[in-house]
Design a protein around this ligand. Structure first.
Ligand code: ATP
Ligand code: MG
Length: 395
């Protein structure tokens, strides 16, 4: 039994002693059987949220509408969710109203895959109503109940199937993948934000080549945002086993670089996927550097503008593409300055020396000084830079 469960056992006991049922459920049970590290522990219970709040002195209402209360124990927060069934499914999306029930079986029935529908009791018993253990042993992703019905209830589950296949290096059971192929078009109904989460987890998984080929063969790629580019990219990547993508900047950079998207297209592409502006900037910088590598025009300015993190991202990715990789990391380390704030002169210095007034002109002068320092034309010293600023002003 993993340490995290051992630590949380008294919580289950307290709920049991109050006359209710409580179990560990979901991903943590699955991962503990697979001997993988656990991240979050989910607890499901027959007690209603109000009842949980009576049992524990310290709680936070994190999602009380959906039946979730967080119990704080010894500095750790545990999400405790009342057994529930989901209301009517409309339009192939998960409903936002739930019904609390007292039966564990009802709760497990609404879960997506057999390997995610296991429960573990306080005394160490595994409750396996749908053959989840067998599927774990056989490395199978299998829908709970009738796969078509389940994907009609919530089409996102199709993305989750390929995501788990890729993360765990499992196969998707035949009826389940057949139902995905037949219903992949339902993905059109799903909010981009939810697809994004599962797609990124899939691509960052242990063996994305499994998820990639399942997505292509089942035509799922045709029903997600920017489907043409994604389909082309995944086709390019499908023969590469163990992509070893480390983060989402690398992921989107690979997709956009392999399909040769122009810098101007990257922004609108990622906006369709509703990624953050920070990610968009990082991807633009990373792809721009990769393009510089491909056309052999890396210089100090580009190294500076790319920055250390995105330089590392670009170099990590470049291994996937046949490119001549020089020791850019060493060139980067040799830069005299690595960020704007290392420049030995500020706008204030320019003002004090009557070389500029606040406004755009000041920015232009600072930018030119910075470029000269980066190119090694002038030392990064305030007096030297003031002299140069004078000559720029006289121009
Ligand atoms: P991870 O390790 O990525 O957190 P997880 O299995 O815990 O994987 P979550 O998204 O955290 O996945 O969901 C927790 C549990 O809730 C799942 O194990 C599953 O039982 C259930 N679940 C989550 N999303 C769905 C869904 N769309 N349909 C049915 N059950 C779901
Ligand atoms: Mg989880």
């Amino acid at each position: 039994i993993p340490e995290e469960f051992r630590k949380a056992r008294p919580i289950l006991k307290k709920i049991n002693d109050a006359g209710f049922k409580a179990y560990f459920v979901g991903g943590s049970v699955r991962d503990s059987i697979l001997n993988k590290p656990l991240h979050d522990i989910d607890i499901a219970t027959s007690a209603y949220p109000t009842e949980i709040k009576q049992i524990f002195p310290k709680t936070v209402d994190t999602g009380i509408k959906h039946g979730t209360v967080m119990v704080i124990d010894d500095g750790t927060g545990y999400e405790i969710t009342t057994f529930r069934t989901e209301g009517a499914y409309q339009d192939f999306r998960r409903p936002d109203n739930v019904t609390f029930v007292r039966s564990l079986e009802e709760d497990l029935k609404r879960r997506d895959f057999t390997i995610n529908a296991l429960a573990l009791s306080e005394d160490g018993n595994i409750i396996d109503l749908f053959g989840g253990i067998k599927d774990l042993n056989n490395h199978m992703i299998r829908a709970v109940g009738d796969p078509e019905e389940r994907f009609h209830e919530d089409a996102l589950r199709m993305m989750r199937a390929v995501r788990f296949a890729s993360q765990l290096d499992f196969s998707i059971e035949k009826n389940t993948i057949d139902a995905i192929t037949k219903n992949s078009h339902l993905l059109k109904k799903i909010a981009v934000e939810r697809i994004l989460v599962e797609f990124e987890k899939m691509m960052l998984g242990k063996d994305p080549s499994i998820g990639i080929s399942e997505m292509l063969e089942s035509h799922m790629t045709e029903f997600i945002p920017e489907s043409k580019v994604i389909t082309e990219a995944l086709n390019d990547l499908s023969d590469k086993k163990f992509l070893n993508i480390e983060n989402t900047v690398q992921l989107w950079s690979i997709i956009l670089f392999t399909t040769k998207q122009k810098a101007s297209e990257i922004h609108s592409f990622l906006k369709k996927w509703k990624t953050s502006n920070e990610l968009i900037q990082n991807v633009q910088d990373t792809v721009f550097f990769l393009e510089g590598m491909r056309s052999n025009r890396i210089n100090n300015q580009l190294l500076f503008n790319t920055g250390e993190k995105n330089l590392e991202n670009a170099l990590h990715i470049s291994g996937l593409f046949e490119m001549d990789v020089k020791n850019y990391k060493k060139d980067y380390e040799k830069l005299t300055i690595k960020s704007n704030k290392e420049l030995a002169i500020t706008g204030n210095d320019l003002i004090l020396n009557d070389l500029a007034e606040p406004g755009p002109q000041m920015g232009v002068i600072l930018k030119r000084l910075k470029e000269q320092v980066i190119d090694g034309m002038v030392a990064n010293e305030k007096n030297k830079l003031l002299e140069i600023a004078k000559t720029i002003k006289e121009l």
